[in-house]
Design a protein around this ligand. Structure first.
Ligand SMILES: Cc1cc2nc3c(=O)[nH]c(=O)nc-3n(C[C@H](O)[C@H](O)[C@H](O)COP(=O)(O)OP(=O)(O)OC[C@H]3O[C@@H](n4cnc5c(N)ncnc54)[C@H](O)[C@@H]3O)c2cc1C
Length: 551
């Protein structure tokens, strides 16, 4: 009987997706991503198989895994997709050379495998990036050449390219801004590079296209329990509509990153903190500081970490740090000592001097690390692998991990829900699941490549309304058409959603983003039917946040 029900549900779900696809192909106006449609789904469905709290990489991955297995899936995000840590990464899809040095072979092998799948499934957003480790003594040359051969070996068939040693002359020709004094040569290796927040939005779209309901600006404020104390749902608060909902689910999954303990304490007010935030900051510089195609990896900074200088959207991202904090926030603030550390380390390796005035944007993110057992435990030594915790109330919590392993983390979480009898057994299907926008060959000459298969539609928008081809700022490629696209099809609701996580301008050039805010606010007000007071408020809200991204 149970199987019959589950079969009928999957059948109806597939029928629904099929009808929507036909409507799409026939150009009948169906916008799957419209908030009103998603809210309607929420209001007409009170019983779900899986409810996920948190719309970062972890929660979104779980939503996609869950819905593609055929479970009725709901994801709730309190602000916007990737508003938390998932938009603030170093933008690497990597196995983690550092974890290799720490001897964590299993973690590296798993991440290298996932790296390969990400490149295949989200080819428009993930690219193969060459990295150069400059060597200033022969021992380092030998150590990194051998170490990176092992890295290649662990990647197996999904290798991104062979690591090689190159001499001093070649190193200088590839890295024109590297300090040459005492330079011996370099080691080249390959890893992945991506746009984190855009991948988050595209995973959200893929989940919706497969039948899941996802909502941003919908905060979980409480958990529902049955008379045995088992969690069987959530109370969700739609912050736009100022309305609360009670929603039931077979399993509730807490995927809230550094907010994990808040949800655990909704379940049990005496629950101990299991997460301790560790802050990492990044500085964004003009491309002239690293003009070539290679990224730089500095394998050992003064505090024993690694520092990356990575080309990203025609700028350079430099980071990161690892600073244990006592509290978390949605907009973590970079510390002066972190800024000084990055500038000092970069200046030790670059012959073009970087100073505070050169910083186009600065952003901080928080790693949800397992709380250290005592103060002697250093953050860089705490395991970065993910953990799934089952509370007495059968609430599932997933913490840790990294962007690169989001798919595997999701697979493990849903498998765990099956293993404890919360869901009927169904196989994971995400290994070959294309992410919204993925296409076979990507021409990266036009900045719109990042939209993958949606690029054409944005160009169509500009053809129909040439005014939308206007740039948001003289120094930036981003156009008004991308803003309109983000509002209509990418679930952007605020100026910050657009400029921080759809077109990434806030992360690339914070002053330019502040300049562009009124243009974006006007387009938003027009598309969403809001008045001038709302528009003004949006500009003020954004400017306040954006000022933190100016150094
Ligand atoms: C500085 C830094 C650099 C990094 N670089 C890399 C890298 O280069 N490559 C890599 O693979 N990994 C990297 N990582 C790791 C990676 O970014 C994280 O592992 C990942 O983004 C964590 O995602 P998450 O979904 O667990 O958390 P988050 O992205 O923080 O998502 C949690 C979400 O839950 C929401 N939420 C919280 N409470 C509620 C509630 N009550 N109701 C609804 N929603 C709620 C929040 O708003 C948030 O959006 C880096 C991390 C940091 C900090």
């Amino acid at each position: 009987m149970k199987n019959m029900f589950s079969f009928s549900f999957v059948f109806l779900q597939n029928l629904y997706i099929w009808i929507l696809k036909i409507k799409f192909q026939n150009n009948i106006e169906v916008n799957l991503f419209q908030r009103e449609r998603l809210i309607e789904h929420l209001e007409s469905n009170k019983n779900w198989d899986v409810i996920i709290i948190g719309g970062g990489a972890t929660g979104l991955g779980i939503a996609l895994d869950s819905v593609t297995r055929g479970y009725k899936t709901l994801l709730l995000e309190q602000i916007d997709y990737a508003k938390g840590t998932s938009s603030r990464s170093t933008k690497l899809v990597h196995g983690g050379v550092r974890y290799l040095a720490q001897g964590n072979i299993d973690l590296v092998r798993e991440a290298l495998y996932e790296r390969g799948l990400m490149l295949k499934n989200a080819s428009h957003l993930v690219s193969n990036q060459s990295f150069l480790i400059p060597n200033y003594n022969w021992w380092d040359t030998l150590k990194y050449t051998v170490g990176l051969k092992l890295y290649d070996f662990l990647a197996g068939k999904l290798s991104f390219g062979k690591s090689i040693h190159i001499n001093k002359k070649k190193t200088i020709s590839r890295l024109s801004t590297i300090k040459t004094d005492k330079l011996k040569g370099g080691v080249v290796y390959h890893d992945g590079q991506f746009d984190d927040a855009r991948l988050a939005v595209n995973i959200a779209q893929t989940s919706i296209e497969n039948g899941a309901t996802l909502l941003n600006y919908c905060k979980v404020t409480g958990l529902l329990k049955n008379n045995k104390g088992i969690v069987n749902g959530v109370i969700a608060y739609d912050t736009e509509k100022d309305k609360s909902y009670s929603l039931n689910a077979k399993v509730v999954i807490n995927a809230t990153g550094v907010f994990t303990d808040e949800v655990l304490q909704m379940d049990n007010e005496n629950a101990k903190n299991i997460v301790r935030p560790s802050q990492g900051i990044h500085l964004v510089l003009d491309k002239s500081f690293l003009p070539g195609n290679d990224a730089i990896m500095i394998p050992k900074t003064d505090d024993g970490r690694v520092l990356f200088l990575v080309p990203w959207h025609n700028k350079v991202v430099v980071g990161t740090t690892d600073t244990l904090l006592d509290s978390h926030s949605l907009e973590p603030k970079p510390l002066d000592k972190e800024v000084d550390f990055i500038l000092k380390t970069a200046n030790r390796y670059l012959n073009k001097k970087v100073s505070k005035e050169d910083v186009l944007s600065i952003f901080a993110g928080l790693r949800p690390l397992a709380a250290p057992k005592d103060d002697s435990e250093k953050t860089k030594e705490i395991s970065r692998s993910h953990k799934i915790i089952i509370s007495d109330s059968e609430l599932l919590t997933i913490t840790g991990g990294k962007w690169t392993t989001y798919r595997r983390m999701a697979q493990d979480t849903i498998n765990k829900a099956i293993a404890i009898g919360k869901l009927p057994n169904k196989k994971c299907k995400t290994k070959n699941q294309s992410i919204h926008g993925a296409m076979e060959s990507v021409d990266r000459t036009n900045h719109l490549y990042i939209y993958g298969s949606d690029q054409k539609s944005i160009e169509e928008l500009i053809k129909k309304e040439p005014e939308l081809g206007n740039k948001l700022h003289l120094n930036s490629d981003f156009t008004k058409a991308e803003v309109v696209w983000a509002i209509r099809f990418e679930m952007a609701r605020t100026v910050e959603d657009v400029l921080a996580r759809r077109v990434r301008m806030l992360f690339l050039d914070s002053r330019a983003a502040i300049f562009a805010a009124p243009i974006v606010a006007e387009l938003l007000a027009k598309e969403l039917g809001k008045d001038k007071v709302w528009e003004r408020q949006e500009i003020d809200n954004f400017t306040k946040i954006a000022k933190q991204y100016v150094l």
